[in-house]
Design a protein around this ligand. Structure first.
Ligand code: SAM
Ligand code: DTB
Ligand code: SF4
Length: 328
């Protein structure tokens, strides 16, 4: 490795294993590296732990859409903003299972069911448990994102066969209150503890491009990497601007800053799957390839995310073929 521009960064690749505590300054130093050096460093870490030509694919389904009590400034599903997203009840089980089967047939290995709740009521959770059992029975990995959990709910999800619970920290604790006022960063951490204690894999990441500073982005990465155990899966979402929400007209982030964030996640969480998440539809194939080079090795696969679009399957399949990437 050419040491010159890398020397300023205090940890070396070999010691960047899970268990290390990161400081915001360490991660800011990663962000400050020349992009080519940063990507090289991320590649080194990536290749130590993963096949660099394999990408995991999850398909998302919004099983309960809109009407959410929370005020997350980016979200199409908050009842507080006038968006184009129509409110829908919890989907019937057979429709969810049919969607999961279709996703499996198209080549997704995990099915992720999302609900626009602050958290699930016990009777709603019972219906989601049936969904988890039936999707698991198809031979797929299961994931749900249902908001904040109450005591005992994570254990029920584990018993039903849940593999992953997605619950993002979303942004730096310092910036959180500027984006969301109806719950706190500590509330999010509390649910992550419950998920971890129940023995479910943790999927937690964030959104960038919401007007946060680079320091806020570095702090988010640090807060994820310094969890007692880093999340097994780390989604990095680029803000999808939703008309009607407070962030609708937010200035777009420099795409290279997105790539840097992926690289920082890869380097600080070497054994985690880093997911190139929302915002892919607006990205060129070349930008996505740069994200994979920076260490992203998982993505959402299917024409829709929750309420917004995702690249269609044909485009993704063609991209994988052009890059020589295999799906896992
Ligand atoms: N209500 C649950 C919660 O907040 O955890 C689950 C659903 S919520 C829509 C899941 C995640 O989607 C959020 O944590 C956020 O990271 C992401 N998300 C929502 N709207 C987004 C947007 N407009 N752009 C990018 N990511 C978004
Ligand atoms: C995650 O981090 N991103 C996904 C999933 N977890 C649930 C959701 C992205 C939502 C993008 C906006 C929408 O489609 O509503
Ligand atoms: Fe509700 Fe989740 Fe959207 Fe926040 S991000 S408004 S909690 S659905």
């Amino acid at each position: 490795m050419q040491a010159s521009s890398l020397a300023a960064v205090s940890c070396d690749t070999k010691s960047a294993t899970n268990g290390r505590r990161w400081a915001v300054e360490d991660v800011l130093a990663l962000y400050d590296m020349p992009l080519m050096d940063l990507i090289w460093r991320a590649q080194e870490v990536h290749r130590e732990h993963f096949d660099p030509n394999a990408i995991q694919r999850s398909t998302l389904l919004s099983v309960k859409t809109g009407g959410c009590s929370e005020d997350c400034s980016y979200c199409s599903q908050s009842a507080r903003y006038e968006t184009d997203t129509a409110r829908e009840r919890l989907m019937p089980l057979d429709e969810v299972v049919a969607a999961a089967k279709a996703a499996k047939d198209k080549g997704a290995s995990r099915f992720c069911m999302g609900a626009a709740w602050k958290g699930p009521k016990d009777n709603d959770l019972d219906r989601v448990l049936d969904m988890v059992r039936e999707v698991k029975a198809l031979g797929m990995q299961t994931c749900v994102t249902l908001g904040m959990l109450k005591e005992g709910q994570a254990e029920k999800l584990k018993e039903a066969g849940l593999d992953y619970y997605n619950h993002n920290l979303d942004t730096d604790k310092e910036f959180y209150g500027q984006v969301i006022k109806t719950h706190t960063h500590d509330d999010r951490l509390d649910t992550l503890d419950q998920v971890r204690d129940a023995g479910i894999n943790v999927c937690s990441g964030g959104i960038i491009g919401m007007g946060e500073s680079r320091k806020n982005r570095a702090a988010l990465i640090v807060q994820l990497a310094n969890l007692p155990k880093p999340p097994e899966s780390v989604p990095i979402n680029n803000l999808v601007p939703i008309p009607g929400t407070p962030l609708a007209d937010n200035p777009r982030l420099d795409p290279f800053e997105f790539v840097r964030t992926i690289a920082a996640a890869r380097i600080t969480m070497p054994t985690s799957w880093v997911r190139l998440s929302a915002g892919r539809q607006e990205m060129s194939d070349e930008l996505q390839a740069l994200c994979f080079l920076a260490g992203a090795n998982s993505m959402f696969y299917g024409d829709f995310l929750l309420t917004t679009g995702n690249p269609d399957i044909e485009r993704d399949d063609a991209l994988f073929a052009r890059l020589g990437i295999k799906a896992v």
